[in-house]
Write a protein that binds this ligand. Structure first.
Ligand SMILES: [Zn+2]
Ligand SMILES: [Zn+2]
Length: 105
């Protein structure tokens, strides 16, 4: 399977939003509205995981080089994964709401 094929619209399994593919050349693996992702990769981008569990956004990390990253935890197998935040695209990630969510915990 090519990367091109993976970059298609999908429906979020958490909030049912329809998610458009990225327009900035990179490809999307999480929902821009609730920021949930799906456990599809063993290593980022390989799509080899058999888990397919929902991955919950648990926190946000900032590094100078990579910018903001969302930390996801799989609710099935508890694997932690980092994902780049989508920006400069038609549906930007709502990371602000994640920060507010975490601050109010
Ligand atoms: Zn969603
Ligand atoms: Zn998992």
């Amino acid at each position: 399977m090519s990367r091109l094929k993976e970059n298609t619209a999908f429906q979020c399994e958490n909030c049912q939003a329809s998610v458009e593919p990225l327009t900035n050349g990179s490809f999307r693996n999480h929902c821009p509205f609730c920021l949930y992702s799906k456990h599809l990769d063993m290593k980022p981008g390989d799509r080899l995981s058999e888990c397919k569990g929902l991955m919950k956004p648990i926190s946000l990390d900032y590094t100078g080089k990579k910018g903001y990253q969302i930390i996801h935890e799989c609710i099935k197998c508890r694997k932690i994964q980092r994902n780049k935040v989508a920006s400069n695209t038609i549906q930007e990630d709502d990371i602000l709401s994640l920060m507010i969510q975490n601050a109010s915990k």
